[in-house]
Design a protein around this ligand. Structure first.
Ligand code: FPP
Length: 266
């Protein structure tokens, strides 16, 4: 168990049970709920948006680190379908962030061979955000390395509803039977359906800031994900903490509902 204690602007690691081992399994898909930007700013008597700006810098660092570790898909929860309830000024700032982020960072992403994807109800984003997103997707479409997958105006329940609606349409058009609907069919229609099958579900889900809940993120895809919660606020998260999260994952006993059979019992 890891505990971080705020000490001025730092988090100190009290106890590390495991250390990261690059020779052990690296999760193919890591998803992160980037929480705590507001508190990071408040702790410094800054406006909340200053926390989001710093959070954007963390995204850049963590993206590079994840790509260097050999992670294949990094899914980041940047804006939920519920985040529209925030003050207008903050929403406007959050909608400008992808523009600033991609303007500054796409050359680095190309250098790193990282491909951008954005999953979410993009049609409801302001035009300038949509343009920035589409440009980044297009500029990085030939990259063959890690997929940097932003969840933007994303909600897990809505995603499942949309998938079911699409499956229903398909059945109507093909006179299919309801009983022909299976998990594979639903998974194909989810927003992670563009990924190769073996990479759609994150093996590891990280949430920063000490909150221990899922907040409507990837509800279907995290059925068997390992969860890792850290008290570090998102702007304080970094490559070292990413490795710490993976170290914890590397020592989990993943059974997928089965039982672990010891070598001498096989
Ligand atoms: C949650 O912290 C954070 C968000 C809703 C925004 C996440 C956005 C970023 C990390 C910026 C990067 C985005 C892009 C597209 C590059 P919070 O504001 O809920 O924090 P609090 O719980 O402390 O108030």
């Amino acid at each position: 168990m890891l505990r971080f204690f705020p000490q001025k602007d730092k988090y100190i690691q009290e106890e590390t049970e495991y250390s990261f081992d690059k020779n052990l399994a690296i999760p193919k898909h890591v998803a992160i709920i980037m929480d705590g930007n507001g508190r990071w700013a408040q702790n410094r008597r800054l406006p909340r948006v200053a926390g989001h700006k710093e959070g954007m810098e963390t995204v850049k660092k963590v993206t590079k680190h994840a790509s260097h570790l050999g992670i294949k898909v990094l899914t980041l929860y940047a804006f939920s379908t519920e985040n529209w309830k925030r003050p207008e000024e903050e929403v406007n700032f959050l909608m400008q962030l992808p523009c600033d982020f991609f303007d500054a960072f796409v050359p680095d992403l190309i250098k790193e061979n990282v491909r951008v994807n954005v999953m979410g109800y993009k049609e409801f984003l302001p035009a300038h955000t949509q343009d920035a997103v589409e440009r980044a997707i297009d500029q990085t479409k030939d990259n063959t390395g890690m997929v940097l997958n932003f969840a933007l105006n994303y909600g897990g329940r809505s995603e499942i509803v949309t998938a079911v609606q699409e499956v229903y349409q398909e059945l109507v058009q093909t006179n299919g039977e309801a009983s022909s609907i299976d998990e594979e069919m639903i998974a194909e229609h989810l927003m992670t359906g563009f990924l190769p099958k073996e990479m759609r579900d994150p093996e590891l889900l990280i949430r920063t800031s000490g909150e221990e809940r899922i907040s409507n993120f990837l509800l279907w895809q995290i059925a068997y994900s390992e969860l890792f919660f850290t008290n570090a606020l998102w702007p304080d998260f970094n490559g070292e903490l990413l490795e710490t999260s993976i170290a914890s994952y590397q020592h989990r006993d993943r059974r997928f509902g089965g039982v672990k059979i010891k070598e001498d019992e096989k």
